[in-house]
Design a protein around this ligand. Structure first.
Ligand code: ARG
Ligand code: ZN
Length: 850
């Protein structure tokens, strides 16, 4: 059956479903190509007068075998999206039998197979590929699931309700929407543990993996227990079932999924060992385990009324997992890393053709809205709310939210109301953060007269698709004031800006202060500050706010690189002097020093030039960054060996903040050293490495030094059986390639026998790395665009969701010169012209082209 023509769904059209689902009972008879799904669902008319009156059940790619109402066969009207039929005006029982083919499901949505194992992904609208159902988040019900099959392990949501030869039953007592349904069956082994909740409930915990991966579960299990404890301590939230299962799956479109009591993870986001995972992998795994666990309250017990409210659960849960990471590791380092990520992923989205509000108002394919804007900007909006009301009021509002909405499918209006009711504030204007897209630009002017210092801010948000005019937003601006001697005369204070232009005065000051503005990055805005290099250098040296200190250096780095590109200037030695004092200060946290040592990404520099009305030249940007890095290496040549020594870890490997900070700084030092010694230190590190963090950074430097051939081969031979390590091998070769080689390297890798393009991790390893290789992807002759387009066209038939996500590599195409634009447009048009293009990809490409 062919998919129907794309339809646009609007938030304003929301209507409740006309029936309440009281209970769902499912029976699965598993078979790779002929799985039978028997459903028994009790419906009761919804008394809400606003509810839809048409009885419509979603269902896609299903073979209906039989349908009955109250035991009698019924005739139904089937379309590609679902079915309708006549139903009684009172309570009734619906029974259906459908057949599906999990082994043929390459879209990895609904019930599918990965390496011989059955698994599901239902968010957002995948349950309709399993059986006929009102597949919308506001329809919540209890589920009983019986699984029949020879697989030794058979799992579903909730608590175990019995098992026997060839069958297992599960019962989930908590009403839930269908997108949280999950089923797993296969030959799996578990890493077991237990957790006692604060009220004394004993919970069985398991991480289920394929045989052979048992040794990679311990870290994830510790992260799970830490998350359970943290949510009790910080949010007062306890776990609510007898068992919590996590399953690792090799073929998965996203990172992980919070199915009730049965989280399913992309294996890359849960399996870890020192030999095969980097420190960055460990930190990410810890955060994702926490994220999915935290969803049990923010997402599952309180879910979303409709998919427009996605940020209700995702923004809040990202905010919660960032608090968790800050508490477990370093808060300033986490904040700076999050800002790097926001500026690197969310800002380009918000400032380009894919810009959409944190709460979108329309979509064709909801999977295209699992974006940096919904997730990361959604979390920033909650951070602002927290900052505006203060920590105590935030905690009270959250308690009220859980009390008032437990068991509900809620909206952003409900969410804001608990803050209004807790604080008495009117959040009407604040709500614009949810409805206006685009990144506000915040200009600041300073004035000093008679002991009074005045900061005047002006906000302006450029037009975005569908939103030509913007109203002023509430912007919390955290500022601090420093004396010329570096003392802080005003500790961090949050200014609440509500007007288009607004002044704030500070009096009683003995001398003109230096302002540190947007401390902790208190709002997701672009700060436009005309500040002298001397003042920036002063903040780099003295600011007590680590984020602003880091950002001062970042601004100086940016200015220096832009001057190198435009006027062929030499690297700014005044900045390097200031930077040197931080980087070589061994009283500071090594991971903070590593962040200081990094320069803005090439894509970010391209965006800066574009915003200044210039056309970025990716090759010139690449050359300038190379020149700067070389200058850094030469300037510090004598001191690098000493610094490298400071980063050595003598204790046995642990992926904690302390050790990983040292290794991160060590990797930054190695990349400078490699410019001077041609790869000798990298080779030594490669040969001695006993963990993946050291091995991989050594390999990257060897490739960059042109000395990687042998190591690339030996790495392959060492790790060819490990899929996750091989993903790194594929990605690194593209990422570390010279700009004029990246496309050829990627193309050659697609011909490697281990390039399994149907596996999303492997596809992303190669093409995600290519898209991230700024000068390589944006090659003047368009070869990068063409290669990616070829592969997106190929992948779309099999896996629309991953194809559509990868399209965002093209979102910045209008920054560049006419030649590159023509190549990008041609590539996008070629994708668009593909017969039978999926709704997912067609929506993305048409938005990008507009
Ligand atoms: N809710 C999941 C998470 O953020 C993501 C699921 C995304 N799935 C999708 N089909 N877009 O934890
Ligand atoms: Zn999430």
């Amino acid at each position: 059956m062919k998919d129907a023509a794309p339809q646009t769904i609007y938030l304003k059209d929301y209507k409740p479903f006309g029936w309440i689902v009281k209970d769902v009972s499912l029976r699965f008879v598993l078979h790779p190509t002929e799985t039978r799904v028997f459903s028994t669902i009790t419906f009761s008319p919804n008394p809400d007068p606003a509810a839809e009156r048409r009885f419509f059940l979603h269902g896609e790619h299903l073979k209906l075998k039989s349908a009955k109402i109250d035991g009698n066969p019924v005739s139904v009207d089937i379309t590609p999206e679902g079915l309708t039929c006549d139903v009684p005006g009172c309570d009734f029982t619906w029974e259906a039998e459908v057949e599906i083919a999990p082994a043929e499901n390459t879209a990895l949505e609904g019930l599918y197979m990965s390496n011989g194992m059955y698994c599901t992904q239902c968010e957002a609208e995948g349950f309709r590929k399993i059986t006929y159902y009102p597949d919308r988040p506001d329809v919540m019900s209890t589920f009983t699931v019986r699984i029949e099959g020879d697989e030794p392990v058979k799992l579903s949501n909730g608590n175990p309700a019995g098992q026997g030869d060839g069958w297992a039953e599960w019962h989930d007592p908590w009403p839930k929407p269908a997108y949280l349904f999950a089923l797993v069956a296969g030959d799996l082994v578990n890493h077991p543990d237990r957790f006692t909740t604060k009220s004394g409930k004993d919970v069985e915990l398991n991480i289920w993996v394929r045989p052979g991966d048992e040794g990679k579960c311990a870290f994830g299990m510790d992260a799970l227990k830490a998350s359970m404890k943290w949510d009790e301590d910080v949010y007062g939230r306890e776990y609510d079932l007898d068992i919590f299962n996590i399953v690792a799956v090799d073929d998965f479109n996203m990172g992980a999924m919070e199915n009730k009591g049965l989280n399913i993870f992309n294996s890359s986001c849960v399996l870890a060992s020192p030999e095969t995972s980097t420190d960055a992998n460990f930190e990410r795994i810890e955060a994702i385990i926490a994220h999915e666990y935290f969803h049990n309250w923010t997402g599952n017990r309180i879910t979303c009324r409709d998919w427009f409210q996605l940020c209700l659960k995702e923004g809040l849960t990202v905010y919660r997992d960032s608090q968790f990471t800050s508490d477990l590791r370093s808060a300033p380092v986490k904040r700076i890393s999050d800002v790097i990520d926001l500026r690197g992923r969310q800002f380009p989205e918000d400032q380009g053709p894919l810009s959409h509000p944190v709460r979108p108002e329309s979509f064709q394919e909801i999977n295209n809205f699992y974006t940096a804007t919904v997730y990361e900007k959604g979390a920033e909006v909650i951070g602002m709310l927290n900052r505006l009301v203060g920590d105590d009021a935030y905690a009270k509002a959250l308690d009220l939210y859980f009390d008032r909405h437990d068991g509900d499918a809620a909206t952003i209006e409900d969410w804001l109301k608990v803050f209004e009711d807790t604080t008495g504030r009117d959040l009407t204007q604040f709500k614009r953060w949810y409805s206006q897209s685009g990144t506000p630009r915040l200009k600041v002017a300073e004035d000093w007269a008679d002991g009074t210092y005045t900061l005047t801010f002006t906000q302006d948000t450029p037009p975005t698709p569908g939103q030509p005019d913007k109203a002023p937003q509430v912007i919390p601006i955290a500022v601090g004031l420093l004396n010329p001697n570096g003392d802080e005369v005003l500790p961090t204070t949050v200014l609440e800006m509500t007007e288009a232009t607004q002044s704030f005065t500070f009096d009683g000051l003995a001398s003109r202060p230096v302002a540190s503005i947007l401390r902790e990055f208190s709002a997701p805005v672009v700060l436009e500050r005309d500040q002298s290099p001397q003042e920036r250098a002063f903040l780099l040296a003295h600011d007590t706010d680590p984020f602003c200190r880091w950002d001062a250096s970042r601004e100086l780095a940016r200015a220096s690189i832009l001057a190198m590109i435009r006027d062929g200037a030499a690297p700014d030695t005044a900045w390097l002097d200031g930077l040197e004092r931080v980087v070589f200060d061994d009283t500071l946290d090594p991971s903070f020093r590593e962040l200081m040592l990094a320069v803005p990404t090439q894509s970010e520099l391209a965006q800066n030039l574009f915003e200044m009305g210039e056309t970025p030249d990716p090759d010139a940007i690449h050359r300038a960054v190379e020149t700067l890095r070389q200058a850094m290496a030469e300037r510090w040549a004598d001191r690098l060996p000493r610094l490298a020594k400071d980063t050595w870890v003598t204790a046995s490997y642990a992926p904690n903040a302390d050790q990983s900070g040292k290794r991160a700084l060590g990797a930054a030092v190695l990349s400078l050293t490699t410019r001077l010694d041609g790869g000798a230190a990298a080779q030594a590190q490669y040969d001695a490495a006993d963990n993946m963090t050291l091995q991989l950074s050594a390999l990257g430097n060897l490739i960059r030094a042109g000395k990687g051939d042998l190591a690339v081969k030996s790495f392959y031979n060492q790790w060819k059986e490990d899929r996750l390590v091989m993903d790194k091998w594929f990605g690194l070769q593209v990422g570390a390639a010279e700009p004029d080689q990246a496309v050829e390297v990627a193309r050659a890798l697609t011909r490697h026998p281990d390039f399994d393009w149907k596996n999303p991790n492997r596809f992303r390893a190669v093409f995600g790395a290519l898209a991230m290789h700024h000068a390589g992807f944006h090659r003047a002759d368009g070869a990068g665009y063409a290669l990616l387009a070829d592969w997106l066209i190929t992948l779309d038939d099999k896996n629309p969701q991953t194809t559509a996500r990868m399209c965002s590599a093209f979102q910045t195409w209008k920054r560049y010169d006419a030649g590159r634009q023509a190549h990008a447009r041609a590539a996008l048009k070629r994708i668009m012209a593909k017969p039978g293009l999926s709704r997912d990809t067609s929506e993305m490409v048409s938005r990008i082209l507009e």
